[in-house]
Structure formats: structure tokens, C-alpha cells
Design a protein around this ligand. Sequence first.
Ligand SMILES: CCS(=O)(=O)c1ccc(CC(=O)Nc2nc(-c3ccccc3)c(C(=O)c3ccccc3CC(C)C)s2)cc1
Length: 244
Amino acid sequence: PSLLHIEELCDSIVRSHRDTSQFRLEELQALRWKLFSREEIHAYQSKSVDEMWQHCAVRLTEAVQYVVEFAKRIPGFRGLGQNDQITLLKTGSMEVVLVRMSRCFNTENSTVFFDGKFGSTELFKSLGCGDLMVAVFDFAHSMCALRLTEQQMALFCSLVLINPDRPCLEDRGRVHRMRRDLEVCLSHMLHRDNQESLQHKLYQKVSVLQSLCSLHVEKLHWFSQRYPLTVHSVFPPLYKELFT
Ligand SMILES: CCS(=O)(=O)c1ccc(CC(=O)Nc2nc(-c3ccccc3)c(C(=O)c3ccccc3CC(C)C)s2)cc1
């Protein structure tokens, strides 16, 4: 691919990320010291397991919908077959949400933006999955340590999604060619930013992401065994479609 094509591809990925990022970095920064009060934390902690899971599933589904919009704007994504688009989203959308979530973490007090304010893991106690929360927070801390620019995050998210190794892809070759162009974009951008060392650190994050997502699916399975009606009747359809 020509250098012009690569730079155009970079620009369109960055624009798509900015247009589908749900909250701008400046907005999240401005809110970072808006913490939940003791009473508000107590209110979350006294929610039942299924109430809190449902509440999070709704929030998570909103975040996933923005990732679906981002995917659709990746050049070439809409050219893939419907089944391959679903396969890439089914396996990659939670990974992208987890990468994006690192933007809304305040590592100084280990809080995450949720429901309009910032709260720590204690907020999610009634979910009954402390290990998932610890893993999500640890991952967010490690992502924040990389201090990615929005451009670098945009390209990393597109690479997480456009993964030719996903199971049951029909046109793997086509995904591979998209992936190769995106890899050239990322290395072109890291070279321009004089941060080539980030490249392998980012690729190392991919395996952590995959284990985090299987932990999420495992917890969801555990939850849906205990509260089948909640998952069946009140969980967002997109959440069920993608994660069950
Ligand atoms: C992502 C784009 S953004 O503009 O930065 C943005 C946009 C919007 C928000 C607000 C928001 O939806 N925050 C949520 N936080 C968490 C969360 C919860 C526990 C720990 C850490 C973050 C949500 C989750 O439901 C979640 C996320 C990851 C793994 C597990 C879960 C719990 C579920 C599956 C039981 S939703 C935040 C940030």
C-alpha cells in the first residue's frame, strides 16, 4: 500500500474513534474528581446481584454500541461478509470496550467512570465477581501506564477488532489484508511519534485482553445459571447476542 493510502487510513481510523468514543477525553478529565458519596456507594452495594448485573449490562451494552459504530467506519469492514462482521464484533467488541475503558480510569485513586461519577471496585461489590473487577482495574492501570494518545488508541482498537485469527471466519484472507494495512498504520504512527517501543507492549496487551474477556463470559455464564430469567427477560438483546 502507498504511503498516501496508509496516511489516509490512519486519519480515517482516528476520525472514526473520535466520532464514536461516547465521551471525549476532556469530558472524562473534567469529571474525574466527581466521586460517589458514601450514601451513593452504599446504595449500589445494597442492590441485589441481579439488579447490579442488569445495571452494568445496560451500561456495557451502551459502550458496545459505540464500538459497533466504530467498527462499521473502519475502511473495508463493511466490505466483509455479514457473518464475518458479526464474528469480529462478537469476539472483539468487549476487548475494545476494555481498552477504551482505560480512558475513564483515574489511576490516582483507582476509580472508574460509571453512571456519571467515579467509583472504586467497592461500588461493584454486589456483582459477586471481585476477581473480574480486580482484573479489569489492573488491566486499566497497565493501559494507562502506556499513556497512549487518542490516535494510538484508535489504531490499537482497530487492530484488536480486525483479527484474522478469530474462529469461523469465512474470508480470513480479506481480514488478514485489512489487518496488515492497519499494522503498517500503527508502526508508521509510532515511528512518527518516535515511540516504536510501544509496538511490542501493545501486542502483549492482546493476550491479557483475551483472558479478561473469557473471565467476563465465565462470570456471565455463572450469573445466568443463577438468574436465568433476568438474563432472558431484561438483559439488553445486543448483550445477549454478543456474550452468551
Ligand atoms: C468506553 C468509552 S468511554 O467514553 O471512555 C466511557 C463511556 C461510558 C462510561 C460509563 C460506563 O459505562 N462505565 C462502565 N464501567 C464499567 C465497569 C464495571 C466494573 C469495573 C470497571 C468498569 C462497566 C461494566 O459494566 C463493566 C466493564 C468492564 C468489565 C466488566 C463490567 C461489569 C459487568 C460486565 C458486570 S460500564 C465509561 C467510559
